[in-house]
Design a protein around this ligand. Structure first.
Ligand code: CAA
Length: 259
């Protein structure tokens, strides 16, 4: 069945796929169906040999303005527990291929959390990031208090989470939340360019390197270093390692096969 709230573009560049969140009349509010469609699309792309990096975008006005407030408004705690909307997010988190968020306009609540769940963020200069849940009498629930704090530090995270203040793309760049800011006409193009750069590398090395960087968020330094070393040694079993080093000595561009 065709998804209703996302559009999947295969091969927007060699080995790069693009998922566009497409619920513009609601500023791409992340309802359960949209998140389910996103999870399913990412699962398919993650197992597709022709895809090595994935870009997620919204539109110029909104990457996503958060979880769907109208869908949640009447729910009880037990409804929320039973629906367990965040189990979808847990599956998305398991995506092994790198994901780049291309953001513009509102990146709020669950939208900000989705962008932070991606591996890199390319933002247009009109992007506004925020965790405004506190204004609704709730708090972030899809990782906002944890990922934002790790990205920007306690002071700014507390301010954003406790007051709901939105920050500009420039503030986000200085705080370490995003990778780059570009004019609004270019943010998607730049994100695809960044994805292409990653897609040029060995997919095996990219997969293990992403896994090792993410390990830094939930392990001690010792444990993380140990994990990194295992992945490093493992890469010497790949043909791509042989090709990469041979190409270096032969002064040519390597051709990586993901094996
Ligand atoms: N859920 C449902 N609908 C939303 C929405 C959301 N998060 N954000 C925007 N919309 C809808 C609006 O209701 C409106 O629909 P109607 O035309 O049917 O009224 C439409 O999108 C356009 O929005 P606005 O008219 O409000 O547009 P604006 O430009 O005046 O304001 C805005 C933009 C400041 C982003 C404002 O829409 C807003 O504050 N949105 C809510 C942001 C928010 O609180 N997000 C957190 C949600 S909770 C969450 O995400 C929990 C979690 O951790 C997972």
């Amino acid at each position: 069945m065709q998804p209703q709230y996302i559009i999947v573009h295969q091969q927007v560049a060699p080995y790069v796929a693009h998922i566009q969140l497409n619920r513009p009349s609601e500023l791409n509010a992340l309802n359960l169906q949209l998140m389910g469609e996103l999870r399913d699309a990412l699962k398919l792309l993650d197992s597709d040999d022709q895809v090595r990096a994935i870009v997620i975008s919204g539109n110029d006005k909104a990457f996503a303005a958060g979880a769907d407030i109208k869908q949640m408004a009447e729910k009880s705690a037990i409804d929320m527990l039973n629906i367990d909307q965040f189990s979808t997010w847990d599956t998305i988190k398991k995506t092994k291929k790198p994901i780049i968020a291309a953001t513009s306009g509102f990146v709020l609540g669950g939208g900000c959390e989705l962008a932070m769940l991606c591996d890199m963020i390319v933002a247009s200069e009109t992007t506004r990031f925020g965790q405004p849940e506190i204004k609704l009498g709730i708090m972030p629930g899809a990782g906002g208090t944890q990922r934002l704090t790790r990205a920007v530090g306690k002071a700014l995270a507390m301010e954003m989470v406790l007051t709901g203040r939105m920050i500009t793309a420039t503030e986000a760049l200085h705080a370490g939340l995003i990778n780059k800011i570009v004019p609004v006409e270019l943010y998607l193009q730049e994100a695809i360019k960044l994805a292409s750069e990653v897609a040029d590398m060995s997919p095996v090395a990219v997969k293990l390197a992403k896994e090792a960087v993410l390990k830094a968020f939930d392990s001690s330094l010792e444990e993380g270093l140990h994990f990194e070393r295992k992945n490093f040694y493992l890469l010497f079993a790949s043909q791509d390692q042989q090709e990469g080093m041979k190409a270096f000595t032969e002064k040519r561009k390597p051709v990586f096969k993901g094996k």
